[in-house]
Write a protein that binds this ligand. Structure first.
Ligand code: UD1
Length: 432
C-alpha cells in the first residue's frame, strides 16, 4: 500500500500534457463488442479503470494486443454474451456498458449490478427503462442485471429521459445502434464523451446524428465494422491541472492536448476567481498571482460546470477571499471529502447539496484520505497549497483515473512523491 507525500508551497511552472478521456474510453472500449471485428483504439489513458475494462473484455472473449502504452488492438469476433466476470464488474460503474453493447450485438446480456465511487444512491433505472423500451425483458437476479430481447431483436423507439443521465444515454446508444428501425433519445446527455462514442460508432458504420444536442437519432444498421479511432483529450484531467496551477502564487503552467471549448465552464469560473488563462487551439496557459476571490459554483450536466470538478473547485475555494457557495446539482451525496479538508483547517459547512465555504488565509498540512477519485485529487490540490508535509492515503482511488500524476506534477515543480505505507502506519491510518 502506498501514499502520496506532498510538501506544499511551490509555484508550478512548465508544461503538462493531458491524456485521453477515461470516461470516453470506457464507452468506446465496450462499444467495440458491437463491431464483431478488429478495432484499434488510440490515446487510451493508462489508468486502472481502463486496464480493468480491458480485462473484463478479455474475460468476455475479446483478444487484446497492446500496441503501445496508450493504444490497443481489440478483436471482438470471439466474444460470447453473459461472460462479464462478477467481481470485476461490481468494482466499476462503467462495467454496465457491457450490458448495452451485448444486448445490441447478441440480443442478450448479463452482468453484475455495477459499483464505482460512492456519491450516495447510484441507480440504473434509466438504463433499464431504455432497454425495456427497445423491447428487452430485464430482471435483476442474484445481484446481476439480465436482459434479453423479446423475439431475439431490439426495435427502434422514442425514449424521453426524465432526467439527464450520461451513462443511460451511452448505454441506450450502444443497445440501439444495431436495432431494427430508428431510435430517438430525447433529453439526452450532451457530454463530449457522448459525442466521442457517436463518432466512434459512426466510424464503424453506424448512423447516429444529433450527439452533442439533447436529441440523438440512431438509425439501426445490421452490422458494424472495425476501425482505428483516437479518444478525445480528458477535460477533467485538464481541469484538474488548471486548478493545481491556480493554487500557488507565481505559477504558470501550459496545459497541452486539450479542447478549450470543453473547458469553458471551468475557465470562466477560474477567471472569475482572478486566475489568468490564455487559450490557444489545443493548449492553454494558466497563470496565478495574488489571492483568489470567492466564487459561487453549481454543478450541472454539460455544458454546465462538471460535477467531476466539484471537489477540485472546493480545494481552491477554501483559501479564496470571502465566502463561496458550492452546490451539487448532479449527485445526491458528493461532499464526504469536505471532512478531510476540514482536517487541513478549511471552514466548510454542508447542508444537503450545498456547501458554504469561508475562505481561510492558508491551509495546514495534514494526513488525509482520498475518499473517491476526484475527491482524492482535490486532496493533492489542497496539499500543494498547504505549507509543510501532507500525506494522502487510499490513493488507489486516484490511480483509477489519473495517469502518472506524480510524474506530471513533479515535472512542473511540485514536491510530491509516492511512498510505501509502513505496517505500523497502516494500522494508524485506519483511524484517521
Ligand atoms: C458519469 C461519469 C461520472 C460523472 C457523471 C455525471 C462515467 C464512467 N462516469 O456517471 O464520473 O460524475 O457521469 O457527469 O462516465 N441516475 C438515476 N438513474 C439512472 C442513472 C442515473 O437516477 O439510471 C441519476 C444519478 O443517481 C445521478 C444523475 O442521475 O444523480 C446523473 O448520473 P449519470 O449522468 O448517469 O452518471 P454516470 O453516467 O453514472
Amino acid at each position: 500500500m502506498d501514499k502520496f507525500v506532498v510538501y506544499g508551497g511551490n509555484p508550478l511552472r512548465g508544461t503538462i500534457e493531458v491524456g485521453g478521456m477515461k470516461n470516453s474510453a470506457l464507452g468506446i472500449l465496450f462499444g467495440t463488442i458491437l463491431t464483431n471485428d478488429i478495432c484499434i483504439i488510440e490515446n487510451l489513458p493508462p489508468v486502472s479503470d481502463i486496464t480493468n475494462s480491458l480485462e473484463i473484455l478479455r474475460e468476455c472473449g475479446a483478444k487484446i494486443k497492446m500496441l503501445s502504452r496508450t493504444s490497443a488492438e481489440i478483436d471482438t469476433r470471439c466474444v460470447q454474451p453473459c461472460q462479464a466476470p462478477y467481481e470485476m464488474a461490481t468494482k466499476m460503474r462503467a462495467s454496465y456498458y457491457v450490458l448495452g453493447a451485448e444486448l445490441g450485438r447478441f440480443g442478450k446480456t448479463k452482468s453484475a449490478y455495477p459499483g464505482g465511487c460512492d456519491f450516495g444512491v447510484r441507480p440504473i433505472d434509466r438504463h433499464i427503462k431504455g432497454f425495456e423500451s427497445l423491447g428487452a425483458d430485464v430482471e435483476i437476479v442474484d445481484g446481476c442485471v439480465c436482459a434479453e430481447a423479446k423475439e431475439g431483436v431490439l426495435r427502434g423507439t422514442s425514449i424521453f429521459m426524465d432526467d439527464i443521465s450520461v451513462g443511460a444515454t451511452i448505454n441506450i446508444m450502444l443497445a440501439a445502434v444495431r436495432a431494427r428501425g430508428t431510435t430517438i433519445i430525447d433529453n439526452a446527455a450532451r457530454e463530449p464523451h457522448v459525442v466521442d462514442l457517436a463518432n466512434f460508432l459512426n466510424a464503424c458504420g453506424a448512423n447516429i446524428s444529433g450527439a452533442g444536442t439533447d436529441v440523438i437519432k440512431i438509425k439501426g444498421v445490421s452490422r458494424l465494422f472495425g476501425t482505428t479511432y483516437a479518444i478525445i483529450p480528458d477535460m477533467i484531467e485538464a481541469g484538474t491541472y488548471m486548478m493545481a496551477a491556480a493554487v500557488n502564487d507565481g505559477s504558470r503552467v501550459e496545459i497541452k492536448n486539450v479542447i478549450p471549448k470543453h473547458l469553458e465552464s471551468i475557465t470562466a469560473k477560474l477567471i472569475e476567481m482572478g486566475v489568468e488563462i490564455k487559450e490557444d487551439e489545443d493548449s492553454l496557459i494558466v497563470e496565478k498571482n495574488g489571492r483568489l476571490s470567492k466564487v459561487n459554483v453549481k454543478t450541472l450536466p454539460y455544458p454546465g460546470f462538471p460535477t467531476d470538478m466539484q471537489p477540485q473547485m472546493c480545494a481552491l475555494q477554501v483559501t479564496a477571499q470571502g465566502t463561496s457557495m458550492l452546490i451539487e446539482g448532479v449527485w445526491e451525496n458528493r461532499f464526504r471529502y469536505t471532512e478531510e479538508l476540514r482536517k487541513m483547517g478549511a471552514q466548510i459547512s454542508v447542508e444537503g447539496r450545498a456547501a458554504t465555504i469561508v475562505g481561510v488565509d492558508h491551509l495546514n498540512a495534514a494526513r488525509v484520505k482520498a475518499t473517491d477519485l476526484r475527491a482524492g485529487v482535490a486532496m493533492i490540490i489542497a496539499a500543494l497549497g498547504a505549507e509543510g508535509r501532507s500525506e494522502i492515503v487510499d490513493i488507489y482511488h486516484i490511480e483509477r483515473g489519473y495517469e502518472d500524476i506524480v510524474e506530471k506534477l513533479r515535472a512542473v515543480g511540485a514536491n510530491i512523491s509516492r511512498e510505501m505505507i509502513k505496517e505500523d502506519e497502516a494500522s494508524a491510518n485506519k483511524v484517521i
